[in-house]
Design a protein around this ligand. Structure first.
Ligand code: NAD
Length: 492
């Protein structure tokens, strides 16, 4: 699938609660298509009272359905069916995802939807694999840890990969036997509704996975504070993550998983093999989804002797990208999510230039010919650690370029004072790569590649202000369980 007619995509709005669409809310928010800036639907906002009611109902459904108590193998079977339905629904889900987000249809169909399905399948397979342990104790006692679901998990997702980010939250939570109330971003609220519909079709009991709509300050805040929310899992900005952590502390010291922002370095040493490939990786890591990726490799650190050669190649690749609507077949540069965000990118670039940086390319809007906001991939040189574009997460296709002469200098530049989400190192020297892996403060380090593969086994999550805990991997599954310790005295 590489194009579609935006006028022909059926969009169902509302909340999805107890297996039904519900259009309740004291007010509505208009929802805009990033590709052309057109308001194409509206979404109701659940106020605090409604959010409380939905959480109560979810808790009741969780208990009455026995979702947390059925044989784990049976839960796995239902979730595998859910994964199959998602994969088979690509013709509906991919255009729905592409229509309201920044995901070009080709990528939504070839990656976002299958990746969402596979993520659900991956966690389905965990359902009957982790039940607890027998502890090593003295001979007279039997010690055990029993893995139990929390109950109701509150999940809050961002807009940049609406389906995939939501699936990383809901799949491990459901597989572990929890119920989930998911609040998608108010910017991209619709595709996950279809996901919830398919969950019920697969056999997830109605009411065990609910989607509630609204903005962060109203619905999101009420959700995380509800006493029946036993765990919170969030992906979004560092600032919101801190507010959610505070709300969790104030409302019951709830465990919280936070996947937050980043400002990730890509370090290229002069011996890096195949410079053309390196350039392609670096360009893709900052221009993919127009840089609206948490792990965007937005800080290029390159050994001085190859800096010019590499920058030139990246510039050529950038020049070939074609801005356009997510529904057009030739689009290789995504729209920016909103006019406000495009203006923010513009301002950061302008201020960085005003503070002494040089524009190697870009620094201006791109014409996507569809009416949305687009930004031309940009390289900023002559920057330092104080430059705004080096310090701040831009969330746009903006690459800063700094040079180094020594390994120690490269490592020092790679560390960010606040963020530690991901990093890339490109070199033919294994020892050097491993020293870098050891030295860098980042939750993920890629060597001679950049970005995730479809190995769900590898967890993702940040250090420092990039977050707490992990999505993906066994770790995300275990984070949705609480472990009860039991000690039995066998002498009585
Ligand atoms: P955001 O923080 O503005 O919003 C994320 C979600 O939080 C939305 O659903 C929003 O409605 C909700 N929210 C806002 N305020 C809230 C509050 N006070 N209480 C509860 N919920 C609230 O982030 P965004 O703009 O949607 O997403 C972009 C950010 O997400 C970037 O910083 C990016 O790096 C980060 N991100 C991180 C990862 C990761 O895995 N680390 C992945 C994707 C995106």
């Amino acid at each position: 699938m590489d194009s579609f007619d935006p006028g022909k995509v059926a969009v169902r709005s509302g909340h999805f609660i107890d297996g039904k669409y519900i259009d309740e809310g004291t007010r509505k928010l208009q929802v805009v298509r990033p590709s052309d800036g057109v308001v194409y639907a509206s979404v109701p906002v659940a106020n605090a009272e409604m959010t409380d009611r939905v959480v109560e109902n979810t808790w009741t459904a969780w208990r009455s359905s026995g979702w947390g108590q059925i044989a784990p193998r049976e839960r796995a079977r239902v979730l595998r069916r859910f994964a199959d339905l998602v994969a088979a629904d690509v013709e509906t889900l991919a255009p729905l995802e592409a229509l309201g987000s920044t995901r070009p249809i080709r990528e939504a169909a070839a990656w976002d939807v299958p990746f969402t399905a596979e993520g659900i399948r991956f966690y389905a397979e965990f359902a009957d694999k982790i039940g607890g342990d027998v502890a090593a104790t003295d001979h007279d006692h039997l010690g055990m840890t029993i893995a139990e679901p929390y109950g109701v998990v509150g999940a809050i997702a961002p807009w940049n990969f609406p389906l995939v980010m939501a699936s990383w939250k809901l799949a491990p939570a459901l597989a572990a036997g929890n119920a989930v109330v998911l609040k998608p971003s108010e910017t991209t609220p619709f595709s996950v509704l279809r996901l919830a519909e398919l969950a019920v079709e697969a056999g997830v009991p109605a009411g065990v996975f609910n989607v509630i709509q609204g903005d962060g300050h109203t619905t999101g805040d009420a959700l995380v504070r509800h006493p029946h929310i036993a765990k919170v899992t969030f992906t979004g900005s560092t600032r919101t993550g801190a507010a959610i952590m505070a709300a969790c502390a104030e409302s019951g010291t709830k465990p919280v998983t936070l996947e937050l922002g980043g400002k990730s370095p890509q370090v290229v040493f002069a011996d890096a093999p195949r410079l053309d490939d390196v350039a392609r990786r670096i360009a893709a890591a900052v221009a993919g989804n127009a840089g609206q990726v948490c792990v965007a490799g937005s800080r290029l650190l390159v050994e001085r002797s190859i800096a010019e050669e590499l920058a030139e190649r990246i510039e050529w690749i950038f020049a070939e990208l074609r801005a356009g609507a997510t529904w057009s077949s030739g689009t290789t540069l995504s729209p920016i999510i909103s006019e406000t965000q495009a203006a923010r990118i513009e301002t950061i670039v302008q201020r960085t230039v005003a503070s002494g940086a040089t524009l190697r390319c870009g620094g201006h809007r791109a014409d996507g010919e569809s009416g949305g906001a687009f930004y031309f991939p940009t390289i900023l040189c002559d920057v330092n650690e104080q430059s705004e574009a080096v310090r701040e997460e831009v969330f746009g296709p903006v690459l800063t370029l700094q040079t180094f002469d020594t390994e120690a200098e490269a490592l020092a530049l790679a560390q960010h004072p606040d963020y530690g989400l991901a990093a890339g190192v490109h070199t033919a020297d294994l020892g050097l790569a491993l020293r870098f892996v050891r030295g860098i403060e980042a939750g993920t380090v890629w060597v001679n590649r950049y970005g995730r593969t479809s190995d769900f086994t590898i967890p993702t999550g940040g250090f420092k202000r990039s977050g707490i805990g992990k999505d993906l991997g066994r770790q995300a599954y275990e984070a949705n369980l609480r472990f009860k310790s039991v000690l039995i005295d066998m002498r009585s």
